[in-house]
Design a protein around this ligand. Sequence first.
Ligand code: 13P
Length: 250
Amino acid sequence: MRKPMMVANWKMNKTRDEALAFIYAINENLPSCDVVDTVICAPAILLRDLVKRQGDNLRIGAQNMYYEEFGAFTGEISPVMLQTTGVEYVIVGHSERRSLFGESDELVNKKVLSAINHGLKPILCVGETLDQRELGITSSVIRKQLEIALNGVSVKDVSNVIIAYEPVWAIGTGKTAASSDAEEECKNIRQAIKELYNAVTADEMRILYGGSMKPANAKELVSMPNIDGGLVGGASLDPNSFLELVKCCE
Ligand code: 13P
């Protein structure tokens, strides 16, 4: 049985005071980590403060990292730096990184490998654009993203990877994928993992859905057999909304 997981991706939102008020508002009411893994991926500058408040029922993650350990990479944050904050997870290959900051599948692969080598659990994002969906090439686009991003990741290490299926056209648009379509793509992802690794690995891998998930649609999405939780932007910014989302996974 795969444990469900609800991940907030705050993106470039929240000051330190707002972030601490959010944690204070949810901390007492979070379900046990025996039932659901709750994670907040926050801006890098907030990580150290948030990790101080993390417990078994709330884990903290970063939203991005570079793959090198040190060097002349102005503005970047390294996996070694993330390690020192005590975060457990890092989002890799988010579509905003790909489209706004030019990240390629090959760069995403380097980040996945580096995260794993530094003991961080990558939340690897894949997903198609609207054009690709309309062309009917969704599954092959995602398959290619997975194959490149996981190139060189051993069967042992891939068990620490979480995959997030985020159709680009559904992110921040209010347009959620129909639960049957989201299920179909998550099932295809599981099949791809089976072919790239093996059936046991595919069965154990957690696959999240992301893209305009909110309390009103989350229950139906996470009840799908191949959807193990959510990666949520907008609806994770309000503590009550995020708590409701976490509780949809119980
Ligand atoms: P929204 O929930 O705001 O659509 O964002 C989804 C997302 O990009 C999570 O990583």
